[in-house]
Design a protein around this ligand. Structure first.
Ligand SMILES: NC(=O)c1ccc[n+]([C@@H]2O[C@H](COP(=O)([O-])OP(=O)(O)OC[C@H]3O[C@@H](n4cnc5c(N)ncnc54)[C@H](O)[C@@H]3O)[C@@H](O)[C@H]2O)c1
Length: 255
């Protein structure tokens, strides 16, 4: 019987995949039989990650340097990717940054920097993939990493630019889904809650506050808790899902 949740043989790229959630995603995709391009600004780490995953899984896994805020850099990455992979089935726009700044005091350039990576960068990589998917004529799946911060405001950290950018990613997802459904391109996003990546794990003084805002008995998450959401949006089981925002946050958004 056909496994409708299979991503075996699918090819695509994941941005911000040198480390953190993106690396976990790339590993899971390769372990489930997909070929993966690791797209990141940090080429050294991306190359190391690609080798690690390729050695472990035997899949085609290659690293590409790209600054997702720069259209030329994105287009070059897309062209290089196509030389090596030949086709694209999925694109995961996962690269993102956050800074903790008071909205009263943050400089205009620091505010814009987060919006540029998290929102504009997501658009540029989604569009580069969508243009190829349109020209190939076989559709494709685009999945962006938004955040629960796109639909609620986290405390005690002050991240107005991040909240605004991630809300933008959720609405961008819906707008692109509507524009591109005629090409067979599905566009969805995943909104994780707190994920204990190395960077988030290091913010230990905030954990008790975050835990107090979760339903009793819930917990902070791990990247492994959200992998299936991306696999779902890339596999054929989700063929009618487009414009969706799948929140995976242990129930944080319910209170
Ligand atoms: N960790 C969490 O708790 C959490 C929760 C919700 C959403 N998210 C989102 O998940 C995504 C990944 O988060 P993470 O915690 O794994 O982050 P991370 O900092 O561990 O990894 C981000 C990666 O993106 C790359 N990157 C940054 N700017 C880039 C650019 N301009 N071009 C190309 N690559 C760039 C970095 O080099 C890095 O490898 C982000 O979009 C983040 O907002 C994270």
């Amino acid at each position: 019987m056909k496994n409708i949740f299979s991503i075996e043989g699918k090819k695509g790229f994941i941005t911000g995949a040198a480390q953190g959630i993106g690396k976990e995603l790339a590993t899971a995709f390769a372990e489930h039989g997909a070929d993966v391009a690791i797209v990141d600004m940090n080429l050294e780490l991306a190359t190391q990650t690609a080798k690690e995953i390729a050695d472990k899984t035997g899949r085609l896994v290659k690293a590409y340097q790209c600054n997702i805020t720069c259209d030329d850099s994105v287009n070059k990455m897309m062209a290089d990717y196509l030389v090596d992979f030949g086709t694209i089935d999925y694109c995961i726009n996962n690269a993102g940054i956050a800074t903790f700044d008071s909205a009263m005091d943050i400089s205009a350039s620091d505010f814009k920097k987060v919006v540029d990576v998290d929102l504009n960068g997501t658009f540029l990589t989604a569009r580069a993939a969508a243009r190829v998917m349109r020209d190939q004529g076989k559709g494709g799946s685009i999945v962006s990493t938004a955040s629960m911060s796109g639909s609620l405001v986290n405390v005690p950290q002050t991240i107005a630019n991040y909240c605004a950018a991630k809300a933008g990613v959720i609405q961008l997802t819906k707008a692109l889904a509507v524009e591109w459904v005629k090409y067979g391109i599905r566009v969805n996003c995943v909104s994780p809650g707190y994920m204990l990546t190395d960077l988030v794990a290091a913010l230990g003084d905030m954990h008790p506050i975050w835990l107090s805002k979760l339903p009793e008995g819930s917990r902070l998450g791990y990247p492994e808790d959200i992998l299936a959401a991306y696999i779902y949006f890339v596999c054929d089981a989700s063929k009618y899902a487009t414009g969706s925002d799948l929140i995976v946050d242990g129930g944080y958004n319910c209170l």
